[in-house]
Ligand binder design. Sequence first.
Ligand SMILES: *[C@@H]1O[C@H](CO)[C@@H](O)[C@H](O)[C@H]1NC(C)=O
Ligand SMILES: *[C@@H]1O[C@H](CO)[C@@H](O)[C@H](O)[C@H]1NC(C)=O
Ligand SMILES: *[C@@H]1O[C@H](CO)[C@@H](O)[C@H](O)[C@H]1NC(C)=O
Length: 247
Amino acid sequence: MKPAAPHSLLLSSLCLALCCLGGARASRRSGNHEWKKLIMVHHWPVTVCKEVENDCRDPPDYWTIHGLWPDKAEECNGSWPFNLEEIKDLLPKMKMYWPDVIHPLNHSHFWKHEWEKHGTCAAQVDALNSQKKYFGGSLDLYQGLALNSMLQKLGIKPSINYYQISDIKDALAGIYGVIPKVQCLPPKQGEEVQTIGQIELCFTRELRLRNCTEPGEPGGAGGAGGPGLEVCEDGPAFYPPPQQTAP
Ligand SMILES: *[C@@H]1O[C@H](CO)[C@@H](O)[C@H](O)[C@H]1NC(C)=O
Ligand SMILES: *[C@@H]1O[C@H](CO)[C@@H](O)[C@H](O)[C@H]1NC(C)=O
Ligand SMILES: *[C@@H]1O[C@H](CO)[C@@H](O)[C@H](O)[C@H]1NC(C)=O
């Protein structure tokens, strides 16, 4: 399975379309659920499996979607249950780009969780205010960003040699024109270095790319994306190749 080809035109036309829809009339009904930025969280399946110490069978060998998360808001609407029927048309893409890496036999638990925790908050903006729009819009943002092709183009591939985190961040900032956030699993006992786990790229409520950090905010602050993940320390990091499963 190959990730989609880069398609920056797609991204810009998508933003145009969504900005017109979403920008002007963004609803603000939510009181303390107010949020300012959307975080597109990509995770590296090999690291996901390592984090839960699960020997997932043949995890994807490309970055997949963890979620599209509003900052500062979770579980905004408990009376809006996940309904798989509504995203029926998206299922082929969902399975490919937004799989439950750990439970590949039933992705629905994962999608339900993402909808309830994050989607119901993202739905404050008109461009994402249904399950179809939330999941479809997330897939469009992911495909527009084309992180997999960009990393390949930059020559950043899984390797037994370590990368400098600053090199990866600078390269991505050069491509996207905004500051990303990169998260790692800290070294476990007996390991020399941290392991790259997630790459976040951030959007405004109008779905335009923006820095993941606020001006003046230290690069490392806040928002770890999983139980063991932390913002990567400056310095070397391991970008683990897919494990070979025994024949
Ligand atoms: C929660 O979702 C339901 C179902 O879509 C909707 O009718 C209701 O207005 C929503 N409530 C809030 C506070 O947005
Ligand atoms: C998958 O999980 C969903 C959500 O929890 C559940 O409703 C569904 O029955 C499960 N499907 C299968 C095939 O187990
Ligand atoms: C994004 O971050 C860069 C580098 O810190 C900074 O030069 C730029 O002004 C920031 N952009 C915004 C919109 O804050």
